[in-house]
Design a protein around this ligand. Structure first.
Ligand code: AKB
Length: 315
């Protein structure tokens, strides 16, 4: 049975992952942490503690006192916020990761670290971006992810820390809203479709990006962490994706249920430039072969669940 320390537990991934981990391993086995005070389900379902992940001593103590054997380190700044605050992004994303790695090394914990499609830069092949394509990201977020992958691999090679990671695409979910990302437009479009019947996208028509529905992302973390270590050739960064879509594709999927839905555009140059530097569609075959990654949700199935759940919540 695992005992897990989860950082960034109030974020978009953390708030849903906490619920699933507590179902799998028991409420008390999962200590959720975040830098903000908590009022959400992630804390109500079990123990919660305030934690600033850049405080190495506090990080170590939280894991030690909880008797953690597993750390899932999600706390980080996303792409658009990181581009606006690059120094803080480096300090938080790299400082937090270093503390997670050091705590895992000292306490012998297994560690999950999320990377992102942002680790690739404009010179990586845009279609079918290979697992081992060069990493020359053009954003501070991407630089922190690419460096984080290498630092994680270093801790695995040098100290045998059992570190594992995924290059997440944009994640679509209806629980906690995403914050400060470039792919957030997808979630916003579903919310506005239900609330107002229209959406103005800050990402342009024809900008294709990889995406995935949250239940597939959550299942992938659990599957990778349970995978037989001898099958894993890559440690910190498996490409995963469920669909490659642009704003028009989501709008068309929404119109199957809400025929009057209107999509307009008002491009945000910062986030458009970030999206233009990322792949259109990455290749996830290594994840499929090495630990059985298989997403269950395509775009229309994602849309159907998003619209049904959001209508229940918002109307
Ligand atoms: C973002 O848009 O910054 C994230 C990501 C793709 O890593 N969702």
């Amino acid at each position: 049975m695992k005992r897990i320390l989860l950082t960034g537990a109030l974020g978009q991934i953390g708030s849903e992952l906490a619920v699933r981990l507590r179902e799998l391993y028991g409420s008390d086995a999962v200590l959720t942490t975040d830098v903000r005070e908590d009022r959400s389900e992630a804390a109500q379902g079990g123990p919660f503690q305030l934690l600033d992940v850049t405080d190495g001593r506090a990080f170590y103590e939280a894991a030690r006192v909880h008797r953690a054997d597993t750390i899932i380190h999600l706390a980080a700044l996303l792409s658009a916020t990181a581009e606006a605050k690059p120094l803080f992004a480096w300090q938080l994303n790299m400082g937090g990761l270093l503390n997670a790695l050091e705590t895992a090394r000292e306490l012998g914990c297994q560690l999950f670290v999320p990377s992102s499609i942002a680790a690739f830069g404009p010179d990586a092949p845009r279609q079918g971006t290979p697992q081992d394509a060069p990493l020359r990201p053009g954003t501070m977020y991407g630089i922190s992810k690419a460096a984080g992958e290498q630092l994680s691999d270093y801790y695995y090679r040098k100290y045998a820390v059992d570190v594992r990671g995924l290059r997440f695409p944009g994640l679509i979910s209806h629980a906690a809203p995403p914050g400060g990302g470039t792919t957030d437009y997808a979630v916003e479009m579903y919310v506005q479709a239900v609330k107002n019947g229209s959406y103005t996208s800050y990402i342009g028509k024809g900008t294709f990006l990889d995406m995935m529905y949250m239940p597939d992302a959550i299942a992938s973390v659990a599957l990778l962490m349970e995978a037989d270590a001898s099958r894993l050739k890559r440690r910190s960064a498996y490409n995963i994706t469920a669909m490659s879509i642009d704003p028009e594709a989501i709008a068309a999927s929404i119109r199957r249920q809400l025929p009057g839905f209107e999509l307009r555009y008002h491009i945000d140059p910062l986030r458009q430039a970030i999206a233009d530097g990322w792949p259109d569609a990455i290749d996830a075959s290594a994840a499929c072969e090495e630990w059985g990654f298989r997403p269950a949700y395509d775009l229309d199935r994602t849309t159907d669940e998003m619209l049904t759940t959001l209508s229940r919540k918002l109307l």
